[in-house]
Write a protein that binds this ligand. Structure first.
Ligand code: ADE
Length: 240
């Protein structure tokens, strides 16, 4: 899985993703990360990449040509036209399902905007997916690109050293994850639930599933509509 980020701030991307699990995945060549400096493709002698908006208005607009040349740098290198994700508050709101879909791609391009936006013509030409990371406005697309890369890369086989940890977790089946406990058995007067100490796997699984349902009802009731529950679990939910 190869990520290519088109940005005016390449160092921000490299710094943000070079530690911890994603950093190790890059070192181990499970994924690759390339941050392409759009400014390097400026055709202007002062390396300018933005200009005033036609029609007037506040701010500057990123010009089409440097963005297009940066994109072409990627397509020339990989010899195909990958999906291009444009990070924008006007996009579809990112979620686990989109992460899973994008994790199947061999190459992904992330286009990060700044200023008041990017010339619409180049967006029409290259963008395949408009994605937002939530209904709020950030100063640029770099943080959203990093959020997406983290969420997608951890789904790539081998990136999480524990294969099962991506298996059951929040948003699996549209349920939130059950609570977790570790040693000591009693911490400041609070005890680990007895069932987890019982060694009875069937009871543990049942308890965890019920906790997931309970937690989702309390914290994210909107998710429950899409959750796949058995008849028994629907009854459990009704009794809560
Ligand atoms: N750029 C600015 N705000 C954004 C957001 N919420 N999501 C994605 N890209 C953005």
């Amino acid at each position: 899985m190869n990520y290519h980020v088109l940005t005016l701030f390449p160092q921000m991307i490299i710094d943000g993703l070079s530690t911890s699990i994603i950093g190790r995945a890059i070192e181990n060549k499970l994924i690759s990360l390339e941050a392409i400096d759009i400014r390097a493709f400026s055709t202007n002698k002062h390396k300018k990449v933005d200009d005033y908006p036609y029609g007037g208005g506040a701010g500057m607009v990123m010009q089409a040509e440097p963005v297009y040349l940066a994109y072409q740098h990627v397509t020339d290198k990989i010899g195909k036209k990958p999906r291009v994700v444009f990070l924008t508050p006007q996009g579809k709101v990112f979620n686990q399902e989109i992460a899973q879909d994008l994790a199947r791609e061999e190459d992904l391009v992330f286009l990060c905007g700044h200023y008041e936006g990017i010339d619409e013509r180049v967006l029409e030409e290259i963008v395949t997916d408009h994605i937002s990371i939530g209904d709020y406005v950030l100063t640029g697309g770099e943080l959203p690109a990093m959020v997406m890369i983290d969420a997608i890369a951890r789904l790539v086989p081998g990136v999480l050293n524990n294969e099962v940890s991506a298996e059951f977790e929040s948003f699996q089946d549209n349920l939130l994850e059950y609570p977790q406990y570790s040693r000591p058995v009693e911490w400041r007067g609070k005890k680990v639930p007895d069932v987890l100490l019982s060694g009875h796997h069937g009871n543990v699984d049942k308890w965890r599933r019920e906790q997931s349902i309970l937690r989702t009802k309390q914290r994210r009731p909107d998710l429950l509509e899409k959750a796949k529950l058995s008849k028994k679990e629907i009854d459990y939910l009704k009794d809560l």
